[in-house]
Design a protein around this ligand. Structure first.
Ligand SMILES: Cc1cc2nc3c(=O)[nH]c(=O)nc-3n(C[C@H](O)[C@H](O)[C@H](O)COP(=O)(O)OP(=O)(O)OC[C@H]3O[C@@H](n4cnc5c(N)ncnc54)[C@H](O)[C@@H]3O)c2cc1C
Length: 387
């Protein structure tokens, strides 16, 4: 067991950190003010540095590194802003990986290199008005025939909704009930019959567009079927990596908050001395550090155990659950340590607290992760529907 990053991983982390600290804070501030997602220019810049395909095979235009390297890049960028890091999250650990793993050769060759080049952003559309935690209750239906798949239904809370160039849509593809009937289809923006609701106004996540999606006889070529009915289990294995990405986005809100708080408490003086000289402040810093380090180790463990494959449900749920919880407490403590400046919108701290909260709902709530963990421990699924 080796708890050290390799020299190459350290070099990657440090170079991304330098770039992020130097270039991204002003961009993050502007995104927060306008609510506009990262510009095409920035996405192309990320592509030029390989950020959009860190762990995607070179044959598809990626760097061909591992999931751990991708998560290192996600953390360093998301420390500055979750919205700025969002396109990297979507491409390296989100729906693009499911397309790369399970899609037809035609589809993979169409979509994945375009994402790595910064020419396309792909979002994931799973949740529906009546299917959130109970995802297998989803009712959006695709019918395959005559070389195409025709989709009807609606989706809710899609991050990237109305803005992304393509959507990985979880949909029923057979009449079998529950998970057995579910597969996934890739739908491009602009396909006739596809429309979007108004942009949601969320507590945080400014700069990550979010909307409902409506499908009215949306016809896509059959090659866009990423997984047929029965593919839900496979989709969930790819989602185990997304969970590690979600955990990393949450962790980054905490680790970014801690770094800023460490600087602040050494500069800010009250009662004639830096506030770090007060023991109550020291204890808070120590608690924040323990939480951040533990979350990072759980995430690294999940990624390392998986090698180049997908993390296990147990490892990824433990990492997500813990990171989601500590993100809320660490960012809250950091706001407190910065006093009035922590609460002011002029500084990124209150944004981290608002963004940090959302990751414990997105990608499956904290309590649903706990149910996953308990299921893995006893080796059986618990029936949530039984009375
Ligand atoms: C910021 C953000 C981004 C998102 N991005 C996307 C996206 O890109 N694509 C997408 O498809 N969806 C997205 N979502 C939706 C997200 O996946 C759902 O919100 C989440 O799965 C919870 O579903 P729900 O909101 O319907 O809550 P519900 O399922 O109604 O849950 C409400 C509460 O009840 C609890 N609960 C429910 N069932 C149980 C149970 N069996 N046992 C114990 N407690 C239970 C939950 O823990 C939760 O606290 C996003 C959500 C947020 C907040």
């Amino acid at each position: 067991m080796d708890f050290q990053l390799t020299p190459e991983q350290l070099e990657l982390r440090d170079s991304v950190r330098r770039y992020a600290r130097d270039k991204l804070p002003a961009i993050a501030e502007n995104i927060e003010k306008t609510g506009e997602p990262p510009s095409q220019e920035l996405i192309r810049e990320f592509a030029g540095m390989g950020f959009l395909g860190v762990n995607i095979p070179e044959e598809f235009g990626g760097l061909g590194l591992g999931n751990l390297e991708a998560l290192i890049v996600v953390e360093e960028v998301a420390k500055i802003s979750a919205a700025v890091a969002f396109p990297i999250f979507e491409s390296c650990v989100g729906p693009v990986r499911a397309i790369e793993r399970f899609g037809s050769d035609d589809l993979r060759n169409d979509v994945v290199p375009a994402v790595c080049r910064g020419d396309a952003v792909v979002a994931i559309a799973m949740s529906e008005p009546n299917a959130g935690s109970a995802l297998t209750d989803l009712t959006t239906r695709g019918v395959i025939g005559d070389g195409q798949c025709v989709i009807n239904g609606s989706k809710r809370w899609c991050s990237g909704g109305g803005h992304a160039d393509g959507y990985l849509v979880y949909t029923r593809l057979s009449d079998e009930p529950g998970a057995k009937g579910i597969g996934a289809v890739y739908v491009e923006k602009g396909t006739p019959g596809l429309s979007f609701g108004e942009q949601e106004s969320l507590m945080g996540f400014r700069g990550v567009p979010s909307s409902d999606i409506y499908f009215d006889n949306v016809a896509v070529p059959e090659k866009n079927v990423v997984l047929p009915a029965g593919g839900f289990k496979k989709l969930m294995t790819a989602f185990d990596l997304e969970r590690c990405g979600n955990a990393t986005m949450a962790l980054a809100q905490a680790s970014g908050a801690l770094e800023d708080a460490i600087d602040y408490v050494q500069e800010r003086k009250q009662f004639g001395k830096p506030i770090v000289d007060f023991q109550a402040v020291q204890l808070k810093l120590a608690e924040m550090q323990m939480q951040v380090e533990a979350a990072r180790l759980l995430i690294y463990r999940a990624a390392s155990n998986a090698q180049q494959g997908m993390p296990s449900m147990l490892d990824s749920s433990v990492a997500k659950c813990f990171a989601n919880e500590i993100a809320r407490s660490v960012t809250g403590t950091a706001v407190q340590l910065l006093g009035g400046y922590g609460y002011s919108k002029e500084y990124p701290m209150e944004r981290r607290m608002r963004d940090g909260w959302g990751w414990g709902i997105a990608g499956g709530s904290i309590d649903i992760q706990k149910i996953n963990i308990a299921s893995a421990l006893v080796g059986r699924r618990f029936n949530q529907r039984a009375g």
